[in-house]
Ligand binder design. Sequence first.
Ligand code: GLU
Ligand code: ZN
Length: 267
Amino acid sequence: MARLTRFAPSPTGPLHLGHAYAALIAAERGDRFLVRIEDIDRTRCKPAYAAQIFDDLHWLGLTWDLPVMRQSQRQAAYDAALDQLSAQGLTYCCTCTRADIRAALSAPQEGVDGPIYPGTCRDAHHDSGAVRLNMAKAAKLLPDLSFTETGTHPARYKINPAQLIQSSGDVILSRRDIGVAYHLAVVVDDAAQGITEVTRGQDLLDATPLQVALQHLLALPTPIYHHHALIRDDQGKRLAKRDDARALAKYRAEGATPADIRRMIGL
Ligand code: GLU
Ligand code: ZN
């Protein structure tokens, strides 16, 4: 089977060395390589950054199959997935603010999306608000799951659905201001693009069991995962997109070649 991989940047800033690494790994591992612009958060994403991303990727010598998927144009697909989950009785609306959630938690337990939601709105029957997944209910429907990881910690990872109640809890699937949340969008879009191997930074390994559970609830295939090491700066600090000092554009302006970039990130 042809291997389909993708690079899925959010256009919230210039690409830096860490992104170059992620894109090159994805392109190298795929027979076909796709790009997806993760621009659901319109307050943080800018078209100019997407244009700069394409320019930087071309400069690195990468080409990809068209069309580029843009999450900002995918709301109908996200709504269909939300309907599918709600038809199974697995969703509810939540009107809590961040402050409400903090106030309801005496000893917040950190999950993949921040503090585990205390469940305040679970039986409140609100008809609008953020949409959450009822994880306890979902866990009852889910069989034991697993996924294959081929990255820095290769293994066949087993997922005990009951454990997702503690590690993820009632995650947000759709926000009030944005019609979808990351975990749902990524699962829907990887399936729509036919991705067979998800390559991405190791920081997302912890989110994978939740995403595999969503795939199962939506009857979508589970791809292979390849979580790669994160490129860090000299102090060992993870490179963030806002860290413009490491922007590829800056190295380009200083006369670096694509080969120099590959050397700097150890490829
Ligand atoms: N858009 C995410 C990022 O920029 C990547 C999501 C993924 O690869 O699953 O970090
Ligand atoms: Zn709530």
